[in-house]
Design a protein around this ligand. Sequence first.
Ligand code: AMP
Ligand code: ZN
Length: 464
Amino acid sequence: MPLVLRNSFTRRKEEFKPMVEGEVKMYTCGPTVYDYAHIGNFRAYVFEDLLRRYLKFKGYKVTQVMNLTDIDDKTIRDSQAAGISLKEHTDKFVKAFFADLDALRIERAEHYPAATEHIPEMVTLIKKLIDNGLAYQAEGSWYFKIDAFPDYGKLANIDKSGMKTGSRVATDEYEKESVSDFALWKAWDESDGDVFWETELGKGRPGWHIECSAMSSKYLGNHFDIHTGGVDNMFPHHENEIAQSEGANKEKFVNYWMHCEFLILEGRKMSKSLGNFYTLRDLLDKGHSSLAVRYQLLATHYRQQLNFTVDGLEQAAKALERYNDFVTNLTDYSGGESSGEAQGVIDKMLAEFEARMDEDLNISGALGAVFDFVREINRLRAENKLSADERDLALKAVDRIDGVLDFQQKKEALDSDIEALIVKRTEARKDKDFATSDKIRDDLLAMGIVLEDTPRGVKWKRKV
Ligand code: AMP
Ligand code: ZN
């Protein structure tokens, strides 16, 4: 069955055909590491994880790049406010980002290039734009001349008719109404402090948009299969990426653009600037599990807005419990007399799961098929109509779809189990039974849990 994806550029559903048979190259706009990412951001990253995993399910070899924006207006502003270097500031949030990715079971991309490590590539790209008559200098900074690029505005459907030619915008983010020549390279001024590079373009720093054009072409080539992001990335960021990449390289940039809708809270986009956001940490501190957050972020189709509620999170936890109880009970089941029904139930689920996901990642339909299967197999098990071979086939089918969903609990130690082991270790140390306490520490380490003895007691964290 062909995979059909909705291309935001053509605004149509299209059969997915990679440029190279069996391989997919995709670029996803990553975080600006000036603060903790919120779960609205993670909705975008979970959508990209679903896409990546489903492409692998379909047999493709995926090469994914996600950039880390560690230089922009916001990272400079906040590092200065914190009184530390840009690198020290962004390093902290890069670490936190990866810890959150792991907690949400977002598979690692193949490359995570940081903007500050690709300044020469950006300078080279800007020089190409200058050579092609698409960039000019004003007050020391370099701007993209959108009038000289007739295709500008095609992705976000921009009407350029009322635009004043030559008007410029220096900030990284701006609204559609202020569509203007945008900054490629920003000349240094005092507000940037010690953040600058001395380059052929002058002393300064890159604009936000240029990094994705430079880094995608370095790791994926000038022209590649899929580019993703949240809908707010469409303008100006992706529009500007297209202008830069196609303007510099004189070839098509991306075949399929995919954008996920917002996660909203009380009717408004979750965002840092509105102040209506939760980080993953906020939710874990309230006692929710990261797996329930994954479920909730994943279970609504990516092109529908997702209204985040605590009630939704609790329902997600219940669905996960049902799924995991099913796996546990089936694993423990020793097998009965086959009624000959199981094979059909398994085949139907696998076929429906794939058929629904092939329809532009119709996850609700796919999950519907999974829970029908859970109910049917549970019934056969309860009635002892499932043989041991059929049990194994059903478990294999779960493993196959779980490669996409990653909802199985078994891979992670529960917080309560960890706490219980820590109490045991503390008791062993009190009794001076260091052999036992060391063994517990090693066992926990093997489970990916690192302990730290502090004056206020033992602290633990999951290894990143
Ligand atoms: P940023 O760090 O602001 O560049 O955002 C990182 C990613 O999160 C981008 O792909 C955004 O489009 C996406 N994003 C930001 N807010 C939301 C939201 N409320 N819902 C879904 N995606 C979002
Ligand atoms: Zn980008």
